[in-house]
Write a protein that binds this ligand. Structure first.
Ligand code: AMP
Ligand code: GLY
Length: 421
């Protein structure tokens, strides 16, 4: 069969590689992919906002299944559009994608179904938001409602910072803002919890611990993710049951009340406070770099799982995993998450020799005449699966020394709360 993957990040290279391992797949197309996917699939440069072009390409190449990686095309309704032409697509529809596309949509759902989350207020203009600050405790969290690539969240330690956040959001920094959220700051440890859904049933799809801050020791600015390990050190059966019963099941009920259901990966971003889960956010996709961290442990054939989801047959499936730990270190362009140079050659990448249990997934890379260049903020993902996280990280750091890329940097302390305690 033929599969198409939408997206160009590390997540999509990991999905591409995992699908490639299946003997059921003859050809993979990546829209637009990166230098890593180019080695195992055909990269197609197509405007992802032009749904009609995507549909025409799917018909022309007789693609059997489309897998959507990133949130933007999901929130914009690509799944609904392609399904209206009877194309098989793995990913949630436009209504369900509001779980990520609108923080206010999700908060209202939490309110209606008593889902544990930070207390919040919704404000429609600068004055009412600033008035509320007079009785707010700090730190507090100010959030833009719409998709902002992870940048629309301000953790404010004092009133002046919250005023700047309110001004920036209403002045249109993240697009036209009708309203914003101010919420209580939750003190705890974050965890990424994944489930996979077929519209009727769902199964857990492992957990991971992302490292969002740019500097070691979880300092500095927020990023898309500097590394991860899986499974999370926080997960246990009791916590898993609470997440499913208090958060995920009521959410699915809320979607059912709106006349829809959920198909695809669901990423539940949680704050864990004394073994109690609080919903921070939903993402309607796999996490990045969590996806790169988790997929190497998957034993069951991914394409069979995705097809079962598209056909509503997930309940007949047992998803099996290797009993291993996985760790991922992300290599970024110097300067990220601020300004960085593009088209910087990654000179030594061909010197990296992957052993069994090692994986190298590309993100912002491009290949030109046998050379690989960095074109994004997050560039490469090094993963090792092992009996323990310490040896996985040591192995990755050795590979990174060999890479010795002058244009990049990475955190050497991924997993420190478990490994270096
Ligand atoms: P979000 O885009 O909603 O996931 O927020 C980005 C990051 O901000 C999260 O991963 C958390 O680290 C932090 N954050 C968001 N909301 C809260 C909250 N209510 N309390 C503490 N930290 C938060
Ligand atoms: N790792 C965070 C995200 O994918 O949003």
């Amino acid at each position: 069969m033929k599969v198409g993957i939408i997206g160009s990040g590390g997540r999509e290279h990991a999905i591409c590689q995992t699908l490639k391992n299946s003997n059921k797949i003859d050809k993979i197309f990546c829209f637009p992919g990166n230098a890593g996917t180019k080695e195992i699939a055909e990269n197609i440069n197509i405007n992802l906002e032009n749904f009609e072009n995507i549909k025409n390409f799917v018909f022309e190449k007789k693609i059997d299944l489309i897998v959507v990686g990133p949130e933007k095309p999901l929130v914009e309704g690509l799944v609904d559009y392609l399904e209206s032409f009877n194309i098989k697509v793995f990913g949630p529809n436009k209504v369900a994608s509001q779980l990520e596309g609108s923080k206010i949509f999700t908060k209202k759902l939490c309110e209606k179904f008593k889902i544990p989350t930070a207390k919040f207020g919704i404000f429609e203009n600068k004055d009412s938001a600033k008035e509320f600050l007079k009785k707010t405790k700090f730190p507090t969290v100010v959030k833009a409602d719409n998709l902002a690539s992870g940048k629309g969240v301000y953790i404010c330690n004092e009133k002046s910072e919250a005023v700047i956040a309110i001004n920036e959001i209403f002045d249109g920094k993240f697009g036209k803002a009708k309203n914003l959220l101010i919420e209580e700051f939750l003190q705890g440890e974050e965890m990424s919890f994944f489930t996979i859904h077929d519209g009727n049933t769902f199964k857990t799809f492992d957990t991971a611990q992302d490292h969002k801050r740019v500097l070691e020791g979880d300092m500095g600015k927020n990023t898309g993710g500097m590394g991860a390990y899986s499974p999370s050190r926080l997960i246990n059966k009791d916590l898993e049951n609470k997440i499913i019963n208090k958060i995920i099941k009521p959410t699915l009920m809320g979607l059912a009340n709106l006349g829809t259901n959920y198909k695809g990966f669901l990423y539940t971003g949680l704050m864990i406070v004394n073994n109690e889960p609080f919903l921070i956010e939903y993402n309607v996709r796999m996490g990045d770099p969590e996806c790169q961290t988790i997929l190497p442990k998957l034993k069951t054939n991914l394409v069979e799982i995705l097809l079962a989801c598209c056909e509503g047959k997930l309940n007949q499936f047992k998803i099996e995993w290797l009993n291993k730990k996985s760790l991922c270190v992300v290599v970024c362009s110097k300067g990220y998450p601020e300004e960085f140079n593009k088209n910087v050659e990654i000179e030594n990448i061909n010197k990296i020799i992957l052993k069994e249990g090692d994986f190298l997934f590309h993100a912002g890379t491009i290949k030109k005449k046998d050379k690989i260049y960095a074109i994004g903020g997050r560039v490469l993902n090094f993963i090792t699966i092992s009996e323990n996280l310490k040896s996985a990280r040591e192995n990755i750091l050795k590979n990174l020394e060999k890479l010795n890329w002058s244009g990049g940097f990475y955190r050497k302390d991924i997993g420190y709360k478990v490994i270096d305690k």
